[in-house]
Design a binder for this molecule. Sequence first.
Ligand SMILES: Nc1ncnc2c1ncn2[C@@H]1O[C@H](COP(=O)(O)OP(=O)(O)OP(=O)(O)O)[C@@H](O)[C@H]1O
Length: 266
Amino acid sequence: MKENGYSAILLKKAIELINTLDTKALVIIGIQPKNLLKMKIPVVIIGNEAEEKPANFHYLRLPLSLGTKNLVNLASSFMITNEIIHEKDLFVYVTPSSLGIRRAEKTVKAKDEFFLQIEHIFREVLELAIELSLEGREGKPVGTIFVIGDTRNVIRHSYQMVPNPFKGYKINILDRSTREIIKEFAFLDGAFVINKSGRVLCAGRYLDIDLKKTAVRIPSGLGSRHLAAAGISKLTKAIAITVSESGVVRVFKNGKIIFEYNPRLD
Ligand SMILES: Nc1ncnc2c1ncn2[C@@H]1O[C@H](COP(=O)(O)OP(=O)(O)OP(=O)(O)O)[C@@H](O)[C@H]1O
């Protein structure tokens, strides 16, 4: 999503639309908002925080590389979840190269906690998970688990299924040039373990959860991958992100699903 010089015009048109139609919010994606202080309706900004921070401005720190469709869907769910607008309300969104009107709907199941969770490393891993869902590996769908944070306890509750390909290497999720390497290892059975600084400590890790002791409930139809992710997030303070072979990306915290989204269905 690149700035292409139309931002100012599109933003002006968006405001005209808001003044003409009964729209309840403005979503700004990847544009530095300017001259919006007079806006009476809620403004959701995805991208860099501006210096202007009136009470009706909400910031969503999502990666712009998720693309307009995904971001608008997430913004829509965010606004409904936080009662900024209601389902079916109209809102306008604007990006550096497009302008649109949408009816608010919850295509993404996300709990409040999810939107509080979007700090740096988590955001990068979520983006990677969505990329994996969309791209697969060599054209084939791929499923995996990323476990982020509380690594000491995660390691305690897991073991290697195969030799750890990341042993001895300093591969960090923040280093974009190593993204492809990380994705390559998604074909391994098991989970990735990532520390709070973004370093990938291991792949191919079996999450050893005693399901009798760790009472987690997940929706029926989900198998052992999702049970393991729910279990590790309950047993430790880690967050687990799963990509299922069907493409659904889920986030687990404290044994519960706090985010569920299938980017392939957009
Ligand atoms: N405890 C575990 N720790 C790490 N990985 C696991 C664990 N259990 C299962 N997996 C991984 O999940 C894979 C798929 O298992 P299963 O089909 O039962 O899960 P699922 O939840 O139905 O996932 P999907 O929706 O992707 O099919 C396994 O091949 C394995 O790689």
